[in-house]
Design a protein around this ligand. Sequence first.
Ligand code: NDP
Length: 403
Amino acid sequence: MSTVLVIGAGGVSSVCVHKMAMNKDIFPEIHLASRTKSKCDAIAKSVKERTGVDVATYEIDAEEVPAMVNLIRKVEPSLVVNLALPYQDLPIMDACLEAGVDYLDTANYEPKDEAKFEYHWQWAYHDRFKEAGLMALLGSGFDPGVTSVFTMWLKKHKLKTIRQLDILDCNGGDHGQAFATNFNPEINIREVTAPARHWENGEFVETPAMAKKVEFDFEAVGKKNMYMMYHEELESLAKFNPELERARFWMTFGDEYIKHLTVLQNVGMTRIDPVKYQGKEIIPLQFLAAVLPKPETLGETTKGNTNIGVIATGEALDGSGEKTFYINNICSHEAAYEETGNQAVSYTTGVPAMIGSAMMVQGTWEGDGVFNMEQMDPDPFMDMLNDHGLPWQVKELDGPVDF
Ligand code: NDP
């Protein structure tokens, strides 16, 4: 029987807390804290209406380590689930170490003044978590998260080694707005405007942002342009699969999204360095995020599906030569909204956050130190995906991708 403390009250947190409440046997006591308590209260109200479960709520600035430590000591959770922003990863890990509790997140740490997506800051905590006998699980969302688990499942059940890997993230949803992001706009735009990087022959190769485009026909969505970009799981996948010759990440964007983003970039609105405005320093991207539609308000109008998966080519486990497999999940925005009041991008992240938490509080995944998803047995996680709203399918392709 475990108590969990969830930090952050955005779309991902909302889905995760709803799903935890739907699994009362695993999560009998749920506490939710964020910077704005009214957002926690709104989630708690929806959870109560939908499931009958009570969620205790608190106000916290997660960057204030002593306040976080006090809250953890008061709540006495066995796990802190960080669903705030990547900037809070390190202070929350510090608080977990001081209060002696396990940690989970869905996105790697980013410094506020530089759009750098690297694990080294969090990997540096490994020895301290290990010495304290605590576990930190990094990146238990969809990508990173499920994409890493998909890859390791293929390596356990289909392929002895993986030579080539492509992660395909397609959001075929239409929210009816000219421009909006499906998760936190600041984090999303930092990610999309950063240079692309892919793994090739033992090193990362950097290319300009959004420079490589390929059309792909996604099941349950149709043909979409996808763009090569950097995504943090490439670093952990390359680390834990040293045989990889090439690993790339692709995300679909519509022409309208690209058009708006290009203009915003050209006029300087995506800058993350401070600008003096009326005697005050502002960060243009933070101001832009404040005027864009809030991702949690898009749920009601978003129609269509997401289709996220992994195509891997390598030597078959059964000795039958080189094989290529495609493993993916298709998620309906409407069904996600019906179940939790949130669209599918929050759903596909919040459900794996719940499942990763379940793996930890039940002791299915154990360890002392800081771990990535690639280091854990994929099977129990894959089973829970099927049972909790993100069913997956795997099929063999004729050969490696031709792009
Ligand atoms: P939102 O912006 O909707 O929610 C973030 C929440 O964190 C808000 O409630 C915000 O508070 C809170 N918060 C921000 N700063 C602090 C702070 N200092 N102390 C306490 N709370 C704080 O984001 P999402 O729900 O869309 O995303 C949540 C996380 O999930 C992000 O880290 C994102 O990168 C990650 N993600 C991961 C994905 C994956 O597949 N792995 C995919 C999508 C997202 P307030 O309401 O006051 O602003």
